[in-house]
Write a protein that binds this ligand. Structure first.
Ligand code: SF4
Length: 377
C-alpha cells in the first residue's frame, strides 16, 4: 500500500465571519452568483461515527486520541430547526440529515419531529431525508418514520462480508446493514437508496454482485466515484473508476436504459433496468452513477451544508465555512440572520469539480478541503 499523505488540518477553527448585512434578505428563493437556486440543505448533526471507512474517517486520524467536539459546541435541536426554518423560507425544499453517523446523535427523533413541522412559503412540507451507515437502522427505522422522516439513504460499499468488515474499519457485519435496509422498507422510509463508493482495485469486484442483489428489490443502488474530499484519504486519480465504466460493466450483465432526472440538481445519472420488451421495467428498478470526478455537475448544484457546530459551507470541497452559530448565540434577530444567509448564498461561485481537472495536482493536494465526516457527503 502506497505511503498515505495525511495533512492534519482542523477545519473546525477559523470560520469566516457571517456578513453583518444591515439590509433585509430578499423574499423567496435565493440564487447564487451563477443563478443556482438554494434548494437543498444538508445538516450534519454529529462529528462522531461508529465506522472508520478509509476514504472518510481513516483510523490513523480519527483514532482514540482524536478530540471530538464537546456537546456544547454542537448546535442544539432548537438552533438547527431555527436555521432550517430560515433556509426553508428562502427556497430549501429538502433537508438531509448527515454526520458522521447521524443516528448516533441522541434524541434525533425529536429533531426530526421539529423539522417535520416546518412549512415552505407555499405551505408544503420540506422533504426530510437521512444518510446513514445503516448500523443502527434496524432498531430505529419505525421511530424515525413516526417522527416524520420521509426516506433514508444507506451507505454500503460491499456485499461480501469479509470485505465489508475490512472497509468499515470496525469489523461490522454486512447482515446487520441489510437488516436495517429491510427495516427501513418495512417502516415506509421509501424509496430506500443505497450508495456504494467505488474504489478501483478495492471493491469494484462488488459492482455486479451489489446490482444483482438490489435489482428488483425496490431499492435504488447508486455507484459513487471515489472523490478527493477532505485532506486525509490520500486520494489518487488512478483509484477512480469512472461512472461510464461502471455502466459499461453492468451492461454486460443487464440491459440498461438512460432515464431522465427526477429533480433539478439531481446528482445521480439514472439508468433503468430493461424488461423483456426492451423498455424500462419499473419492477426491476434502476441504478445511478454519481460522477463528481469525471462528469462534474456543479452547473446546477443547489446544495448548502451546515456543520454540526453551525458553519455554513457552500461546496463539499470548500476550505472554510461561515459561522452562523455566532449569530445564533449573539441573539441576532431572524431578519439579521436571513440577511447574512442571503449575502453568503448570493456571493456563492463554487464549482470545484469543474475546476479539478485544470488544477495542477500539487495545487489540488495543497488545498485545505473540509472533511466529509464534518459536513456530511
Ligand atoms: S463540487 Fe461543489 S459546487 Fe460542484 S457539485 Fe460538488 S458541492 Fe456542488
Amino acid at each position: 500500500m502506497a505511503e498515505r499523505l495525511i495533512a492534519l488540518v482542523d477545519h473546525r477553527t477559523a470560520p469566516l465571519p457571517a456578513p453583518q448585512a444591515g439590509s433585509r434578505a430578499p423574499a423567496g428563493t435565493l440564487r447564487d452568483a451563477r443563478g443556482r437556486p438554494l434548494r437543498d440543505l444538508r445538516i450534519s448533526v454529529t462529528d462522531r461515527c461508529n465506522f472508520r471507512c478509509n476514504y472518510c474517517m481513516p483510523k490513523e486520524v480519527f483514532g482514540s486520541e482524536y478530540a471530538w467536539l464537546p456537546h456544547g459546541a454542537l448546535l442544539s435541536f432548537e438552533e438547527i430547526t431555527r436555521v432550517a426554518r430560515l433556509f426553508v423560507a428562502h427556497g430549501v425544499k429538502k433537508l438531509r440529515l448527515t454526520g458522521g453517523e447521524p443516528l448516533l446523535r441522541k434524541g434525533i427523533e425529536t429533531l426530526i419531529g421539529q423539522l417535520a413541522a416546518l412549512r415552505t412559503p407555499g405551505g408544503g412540507k420540506p422533504e426530510i431525508t437521512l444518510t446513514t451507515n445503516g448500523s443502527l437502522l434496524a432498531r430505529m427505522a419505525q421511530a424515525l418514520k413516526n417522527a416524520g422522516l420521509d426516506r433514508v439513504t444507506v451507505s454500503l460499499d460491499a456485499l461480501q462480508d469479509d470485505m465489508f468488515r475490512h472497509m468499515n474499519g470496525v469489523d461490522f457485519p454486512v447482515a446487520e446493514v441489510l437488516a436495517g435496509i429491510a427495516a427501513a422498507r418495512q417502516a415506509g422510509l421509501t424509496p430506500v437508496k443505497v450508495n456504494m463508493v467505488v474504489q478501483r482495485g478495492v471493491n469494484d469486484g462488488q459492482i455486479v454482485p451489489m446490482a444483482e442483489h438490489f435489482r428488483g428489490s425496490g431499492v435504488t443502488l447508486r455507484f459513487i466515484e471515489y472523490m478527493d474530499v477532505g485532506a486525509t484519504n490520500g486520494w489518487r486519480m488512478e483509484q477512480v473508476l469512472p461512472g461510464a465504466e461502471v455502466i459499461a460493466l453492468l451492461q454486460t450483465r443487464f440491459p440498461l436504459l438512460p432515464l431522465d432526472p427526477t429533480a433539478p440538481g439531481e446528482t445521480a445519472e439514472r439508468w433503468g433496468y430493461a424488461g423483456a420488451d426492451g423498455r424500462h421495467d419499473p419492477a426491476l428498478g434502476e441504478v445511478g452513477v454519481i460522477q463528481s470526478v469525471t462528469q462534474a455537475f456543479c452547473g446546477d448544484c443547489n446544495r448548502a451544508r451546515l456543520s454540526m457546530d453551525g458553519k455554513l459551507f457552500l461546496c463539499l470541497f470548500a476550505g472554510q465555512g461561515y459561522d452562523l452559530r455566532a449569530l445564533l448565540r449573539e441573539g441576532r434577530e431572524d431578519a439579521e440572520i436571513e440577511a447574512a444567509l442571503a449575502a453568503i448564498w448570493q456571493g456563492r461561485n463554487d464549482r470545484y469539480s469543474e475546476l479539478r481537472a485544470s488544477l495542477p495536482p500539487e495545487a489540488a493536494r495543497a488545498m485545505r478541503r473540509v472533511e466529509m465526516s464534518y459536513i456530511g457527503g
